[in-house]
Ligand binder design. Sequence first.
Ligand code: NAD
Length: 337
Amino acid sequence: MTRIVVVGCGRWGPLHVRTFNSLPGARVVAAVDTDRERLGRIRQLYPWTRCGTDLARTLGSVKADAAVIATPSSTHFDLVRWSLGRGLHVLCEKPLCLRAAQALELGALARRKRRILMTGHVFLFNPGIVKLKELVDSGELGDIHYLSFTRTNLGPIRGDVNVAYDLASHDVSIANWLLGAEPLKASATGGVYLQEGIHDVFFATLTYPDRKLVHIQGSWLNPKKVRQLTVVGGKKMVSWDDLELNTPLAVYDRGAHVTPEYSSYGEFLRVSMWDADVRLPKVATVEPLKVQNEHFLQAVRAGRLGRCDAGFSAGVVRVLEAINESMAKEGAPVRPA
Ligand SMILES: NC(=O)c1ccc[n+]([C@@H]2O[C@H](COP(=O)([O-])OP(=O)(O)OC[C@H]3O[C@@H](n4cnc5c(N)ncnc54)[C@H](O)[C@@H]3O)[C@@H](O)[C@H]2O)c1
């Protein structure tokens, strides 16, 4: 039995409590939040759970094997470091921390302590994105030319990090995973409308090796909830819409070729386009958070993590830092360091 303490019981933490309690071989034994009112809701639903406002004190009275960190992003580094130091396995919400160097430090600590450290990059367990990864890796789409993401909604509006740290962490994790690479440079502009110094909207362009481009539009100040991605390959194109529950993916046998033609009048270019069938692949309807948390439990049991380790998470944070630096320089290209 893996005994879990969930730290942070705001919007997202209670979903971890529910999910882990529904998985065989796991039990949420404790919940921690600095806000007593939020703890009250956990106590009401799960009366056997030890609730406390301080992690160290709560763990003084209950034994746990793993901590789930679901507090605001700016608090992740200290809480993860403390938990690993205490000998706990850790599943931390995205982004793992705010600096890539911190992510690497946490990774090294996890290795020293022989503990699992995983980041909750939940879209890497989203069945639509997993299917898309299969399509990309199979070569059916041809060479990938570019990806284009849109992720907007009205809220939730954060006070500790800007919208790029909050939302681009999802898209960058998907892009790095699908392309199996990290970008060589980032260029981004953003807008600050609600809170001084905190961007509410951003438009980022990332350049990956082999001239692959990724564009991300993200905003928490937008009337419409949109979670979409378009993948354009040399052979086929795919659209993904996370809000289309049954058929999130559409594979378009559609594209264009340009070939030089030679005639007595010299060379000219011939553009040929094709527009064949659209296929809606079957995608399982499973809850991504449940699949992610199962992956964590299996890693704890096996002592080995498949996806979302500290190295991968550091790669995501490196790009977030570059996006932020570029926004501060009004879109100047920045090489992720
Ligand atoms: N994977 C996803 O799709 C997804 C979705 C939403 C949020 N998140 C992530 O989850 C985290 C939490 O987001 P949220 O929307 O639940 O935020 P939230 O503000 O609603 O909740 C955070 C909670 O943490 C508590 N808290 C703050 N500092 C604490 C501390 N030191 N110890 C204990 N409790 C503390 C707060 O009182 C609050 O109840 C963020 O990192 C966010 O990026 C991920």
